[in-house]
Design a protein around this ligand. Structure first.
Ligand SMILES: NC(=O)c1ccc[n+]([C@@H]2O[C@H](COP(=O)([O-])OP(=O)(O)OC[C@H]3O[C@@H](n4cnc5c(N)ncnc54)[C@H](OP(=O)(O)O)[C@@H]3O)[C@@H](O)[C@H]2O)c1
Length: 316
């Protein structure tokens, strides 16, 4: 079986490739990127590294030749993913790929109006209509993403501005999402199934701000705002409203994405827990508090007093 990995140069893709290489020989892997030099270290090990751009159908067809299973790591630009994924799915079909494993997002449904979920909802439908066997992995909110995106500003300003109210979500470590993807790629019986790759404990952003305060000893005021108030907050930070190439530390930011997400979070749309990770990996997902403690050390300027262990989210 030859596995194609899109987005192989990204954080998710690299980790998946490293895990796959512990189980399958390099010549059973095809990695795609717009910058093959970024994957030179894998090429040196005998992996096939090919140019492909989600915006260039011909490049996708050429890159997918000879592959049996595709790990379609979703593209990163909100609002642009559906046509990009359509091109990838069409290319896979044309080139005889037999199964697609796709990284979707928690809470995806017809009614979820968050931009991120609309992208994934559209792609899930494309997969179901493709005629190719599929597996959908609805990955939860990465623990490291909420930490990296929200915690530094909260610590710097002493305020965590949010429209999410008491909406809750089960954060998950990215490494657990990667391990699930690899297990599903190499395992049997996952055809046409959707898994919820989420943690086992629901946390609100308010809980996370309390945990941050406990770990660091820095008081943080959780400021509840309306959707308009959240737009104003992001406007003041210079973040564009609509999807663009604007990025901070590699993350693409736009407030339409974040405000629509927080609105749906507030409404309870992400109130999803599941035993799917245990079923796939045979163990529990990593604990959010542990990931949080570890990650705090890695934050820029994050030399905080650690040790005030927080046993929330029920603790105030
Ligand atoms: N669940 C969560 O909380 C959460 C948080 C963050 C991200 N994500 C999602 O997780 C997935 C992986 O993210 P990541 O952290 O690995 O992203 P990343 O490190 O930013 O890497 C992005 C990857 O996407 C590829 N890419 C971007 N535009 C492309 C295009 N037009 N054609 C082909 N490839 C393209 C890049 O390839 P080249 O530049 O080499 O071509 C790169 O490999 C994405 O779907 C992202 O949206 C989820």
């Amino acid at each position: 079986m030859t596995i194609i990995v899109t987005g192989a140069s990204g954080k998710f893709g690299r980790a998946a490739v490293e895990q796959l290489l512990t189980d399958i020989p390099p010549n059973n892997l095809i990695l795609t990127t717009r910058n093959p030099e970024r994957l030179a270290s894998f090429a040196e090990q005998g992996v096939s590294v090919r140019y492909a751009d989600f915006d260039d159908p011909e490049s996708l067809r050429a890159a997918f030749a000879g592959g049996d299973t595709l790990l379609l790591i979703s593209a990163i630009k909100v609002g642009h993913r559906i046509p990009q994924h359509r091109r990838a799915i069409n290319a896979a079909k044309k080139m005889g790929v037999k199964r697609i494993v796709y990284t979707s997002y928690v809470g995806t449904s017809a009614g979820n109006t968050a931009l991120v979920n609309q992208d994934h909802y559209g792609t899930e439908r494309l997969l179901e209509d493709s005629g190719i066997a599929w597996t959908i992995l609805r990955d939860g909110f990465y623990a490291e993403s909420i930490i990296d995106a929200a915690v530094p500003l909260a610590l710097k300003t002493g305020r965590w501005v949010s429209a999410s109210g008491d909406g809750r979500i089960a954060f998950i470590d990215r490494s657990d999402c990667v391990s699930c993807a690899v297990a599903v790629l190499l395992g049997q019986g996952h055809e046409n199934r959707t898994y919820e790759i989420v943690g086992e404990e629901l946390w609100s952003f308010r809980d996370v701000s309390k945990l941050t305060s406990k770990i660091t000893g820095t008081p943080i005021d959780f400021v509840d705002v309306s959707d308009d108030g959240l737009y104003e907050h992001f406007d003041a930070l210079g973040i564009p409203r609509e999807p663009s190439e604007f990025d901070i530390d590699g993350y693409l930011w736009c407030s339409d994405d974040m405000v629509s997400f927080e609105r749906e979070l507030r409404s309870g749309r992400y109130d999803v827990v599941s035993s799917d990770v245990r079923q796939i990996l045979g163990r529990a997902p990593r604990d959010f508090r542990t990931v949080m403690q570890e990650r705090m050390h890695a934050l820029p300027n994050g030399e905080f007093e650690l040790g005030n262990e927080y046993r929330g989210p029920d603790v105030t």
